[in-house]
Design a protein around this ligand. Structure first.
Ligand code: GN1
Ligand code: MG
Length: 365
């Protein structure tokens, strides 16, 4: 273990002795490490350096996570047979009782219990997995349904506000600081043709017709941990848990389960919308969450499925035009490739869209 990481770990209340610290695969935003334990019977941990260029209010972010995980733990403990250490993330506090540590270089660090025996997948392989993915996010929403949305900070304001995302896209496109606008004329036309339709959820929210709930806001399939029997175990990546609309959580879970290829697939001919996976994920989600939803929320779910790949595509394209400053990228043009994959997926979905509403309605309890 490096001296630096050792000093950071020494700030936290750890059981046993921290051993090797190894980089751990994770999302596009933070740096994550797995911390082994040399003491028998003591847990492993997950150490993260939080990206403070993206998350600028880290005390509020960690307060949200503390609040949500405490609520989940309390709800889980009320049911015999549950195992909260595995069914929700557990924040490990520092010696002085803080949920994060700020190092002398100004970096922010946090520590979670590592959940043993759990797996996550970037790509869904079977409808059974898609069902478990939907179930995990539905259960997450249901367990938080009694925590008032106003109790959480909006740590990334307007995160899923497509109107604002489109305004930023237009400004970055006009500025064209990297001279990349020329190559993306078809994508710009794709975005513009659909802009009007995509604002409906925001408009209904503003008119008070869709409630704000506590939503996860990053319901990718790889943010679900499955247990050794491939059953939904735990929802991770709680950074964006904030007030939001359920259509976004539903739509993003579908985006990553019903798509037949990776989020950044280069070969667009491999991208399709798998209606069987859609049905399985929707069934899992609605079994848990269906009875909490208002009729207007149910009606908003299909549009959520369109909105999320559209919004992700707009964000990836904006970052590409802007010189790739937000998302981690593995090669030049990665953000453009991601945007193209999102738009290809949306196009395939559009062909079967009328059927989605029917499937959703058949699944409402
Ligand atoms: C980012 O943390 P990660 O990589 O799962 C992003 C999400 C996007 C996602 C796309 C804070 O999530 O909004 O859906 O990439 N998170 C943030 O893969 O911007
Ligand atoms: Mg995330």
């Amino acid at each position: 273990m490096s001296l630096h990481l050792g000093k950071i770990l020494a700030q936290f209340v750890i059981r046993g002795d921290a051993g090797a610290v190894v980089p751990f695969v994770s999302g596009h935003i933070h740096d994550t490490y797995r911390v082994r334990n040399t003491a028998p019977g003591c847990p492993e941990y997950l150490l993260q350096r939080i990206n403070h260029h993206i998350f600028r209010q880290i005390p509020q972010l960690m307060e949200n996570i503390g609040r949500v995980t405490a609520h989940l733990r309390q709800k889980l403990m009320a049911v015999p047979g549950n195992d909260p250490d595995r069914q929700t993330l557990t924040v490990i506090y520092t010696l002085d009782g803080s949920s994060f540590h700020r190092d002398p270089d100004g970096n922010f660090w946090r520590l979670y219990l590592l959940i043993p025996g759990a797996k996550s997948y970037d790509l869904v392989r079977t409808p059974a997995q898609a069902y478990q993915g939907g179930k995990a996010f539905g259960r997450f929403g249901a367990l938080l349904a009694d925590l008032p949305a106003a109790e959480l900070h909006e740590t990334l304001p307007h995160f899923h506000d497509i109107e604002r995302r489109l305004r930023i896209f237009a400004a970055v496109l006009a500025a064209d600081s990297r001279g990349r606008a020329r190559e993306i004329a078809p994508e710009v036309a794709f975005v513009n043709r659909r802009a009007g339709e995509m604002t409906a959820i925001l408009q209904l929210g503003r008119e008070g017709k869709l409630p704000l709930r506590i939503t996860h806001n990053d319901t990718k399939f790889n943010n679900v941990l499955l247990d050794e029997h491939e059953q939904a175990l735990c929802v991770v990546d709680l950074d964006t848990v904030m007030p939001g609309y359920v259509a976004c959580d539903f739509g993003d879970s579908i985006r990553t389960t019903a798509c037949t290829a990776a989020e950044d697939e280069a070969d667009l001919s491999r991208i399709d919308f798998d209606t069987g996976m859609f049905e399985a994920c929707a069934r899992g989600y609605l079994e848990e969450m269906g009875s909490f939803l208002t009729p207007a929320e149910v009606a908003s779910l299909p549009l959520g499925c369109k909105l999320m790949p559209y919004l992700m595509g707009v964000r990836f394209l904006t970052d590409y035009l802007d010189g790739d400053t937000y998302y981690k990228t593995a090669f030049p043009g990665h953000n453009l490739q991601r945007a193209r994959a999102q738009f290809a997926y949306l196009s395939r979905m559009e062909k079967v869209y009328p059927g989605l509403r029917r499937i959703i309605h058949s699944l409402i309890p």
